[in-house]
Design a protein around this ligand. Structure first.
Ligand code: FAS
Ligand code: PHB
Length: 389
């Protein structure tokens, strides 16, 4: 088998890249280790920057997003029970779209299948070969046999635990990491949201977030201990904790319902530099991870593949390699700004076990400043809606 761009992974990064290339007539093939049901069933991100929504429109995968996406012009912060709003559109002229990553993945898979983009599920044992040469290739098992896919370039879109970055010798790159002393316990419930916008809460018992997937489906998170297990958190305990941490009107408006999904995710900041290694380009979680507080993970995956697609299109259309040579530098410039924002917003909204009284006073002062300063709120808002590409 042969293609121009072999894409490893059918998450948002790999799927969006495949469609950005396909609509420009550039051959590619997506190799995904899991089956379609698993990929479409993963519950993850919920907030799209407008730039991400625009990319979905560019590849013709936005009809359900336009019909069901919830346009949000602000969100609320609750600090020790007191709520104040960050008016995103008033402060920046832009908002965000609340639309589950699950739906984004479904829309991109559907667009690819309708166009006939080669997308192989259940591709096991993917291995990358000769990424430093002029004829890289990928081997994998599929349909009971060993397959070889020859290509010009490989896009490693296989997430944090994928093989693309793992296959690189450590001395070829630099990893930067911060692991937080807590995780997020997330719940999905068929229950109307408790508020018409998202609520981020800094409470003495820990962080909580009230989000949503639709007007009838809610998504909530509470900060939990690193060693917490799902069996430690009954639905009742979780709903009670959410009511305490979100407090006031949110607690009164909250509709409790059985969890249809419950999961714990660790909080981590991670960047691997550079994002290019010969004919291999890393994109999305394969290259970086942000704590979900700033809702940047999915949106960074989208901006990475936008830059990568621009470089590949320029190479195949005009034979110019400058876009590919600039990819890592351009992507990392945006990644590090999102890492900084996500780290800052996590520190502002969470109570960490090792936070001493001085740190807590600084946090309280920063929240008080944010509440009272349009300039401070504008800084938060322009990072949240997404910095210019
Ligand atoms: P993904 O991990 O989504 O996709 C990688 C794909 O590659 C997967 O389908 C995987 O099966 C496949 N793959 C892996 N190894 C392979 C191999 N060897 N061969 C072939 N295929 C392989 N972001 C937010 O903004 N908000 C959130 O609330 C949020 N919550 C999250 C919760 C969890 C539990 C996790 C893990 C992440 C969360 N994120 C969140 C971040 C998340 O949305 C990512 O940023 C986003 O999925 C990145 O997309 P990809 O880079 O495509 O990676
Ligand atoms: C979500 O709805 O899953 C979500 C929203 C905002 C965040 C993180 C997660 O910051």
């Amino acid at each position: 088998m042969r293609t121009r761009v072999a894409i490893i992974g059918a998450g948002p990064a790999g799927l969006l890249l495949s469609q950005l290339l396909h609509v420009e007539g550039i051959d590619c093939m997506v190799l995904e280790q899991r089956d379609r049901a698993h990929v479409e069933g993963r519950i993850r991100a919920g907030v799209l920057e407008q730039a991400t929504a625009d990319l979905l429109e560019r590849v013709g995968a936005d009809s359900r997003l336009r019909a069901h996406g919830l346009r949000h012009d602000g969100f609320d912060l609750v600090v020790d029970g007191e709520m104040f709003r960050i008016g995103l559109r008033d402060l920046t002229g832009a908002g965000v779209v609340v639309y589950g990553q699950t739906e984004v993945v479904r829309d991109l898979i559907e667009a690819g299948l309708q166009r006939g983009t080669p997308l192989l599920f259940d591709a096991q044992g993917v291995r990358l070969h000769d990424i430093d040469g002029s004829a890289p290739f990928v081997t994998f098992e599929h349909d009971g046999g060993e397959q070889t896919l020859a290509c010009d370039f490989i896009a490693g879109c296989d997430g944090f635990h994928g093989v693309s970055r793992a296959g690189l010798s450590p001395e070829l790159g630099s990893a930067f990491e911060r692991v937080y002393p807590c995780g997020w316990l997330g719940i999905l419930a068929e229950a109307p949201p408790c508020h018409d916008e998202l609520i981020y809460s800094n409470h003495e018992r820990g962080f909580a977030l009230a989000s949503m997937r639709s007007r009838t489906r809610s998504r909530y998170y509470v900060q939990c201990a690193l060693d917490d297990r799902l069996e430690d958190w009954s639905d009742e305990r979780l709903w009670n904790e959410l009511a305490v941490r979100l407090g006031g009107r949110a607690a009164e408006a909250m509709t409790r319902a059985p969890a249809i999904e419950k999961s714990i995710a660790p909080l981590r900041s991670f960047v691997f530099e550079p994002m290019r290694h010969g004919r291999l380009f890393l994109a999305g979680d394969a290259a970086h991870i942000v704590p979900p507080t700033g809702a940047k993970g999915l949106n960074l995956a989208a901006s990475d593949v936008r830059y990568l697609a621009e470089g590949l299109i320029r190479f195949y259309r005009r034979g110019e390699a400058e876009g590919l040579e600039a990819y890592s530098r351009k992507a990392l410039a945006r990644v590090w700004k999102a890492e900084r924002f996500s780290w800052w917003f996590t520190g502002l909204t969470h109570r960490f076990p090792d936070m001493d009284p001085f740190a807590r006073r600084l946090q309280a002062a920063e929240l008080d400043y944010l509440r009272s300063s349009r300039a401070a709120q504008t800084t938060l808002a322009e990072n949240y809606v997404g910095l210019p590409l």
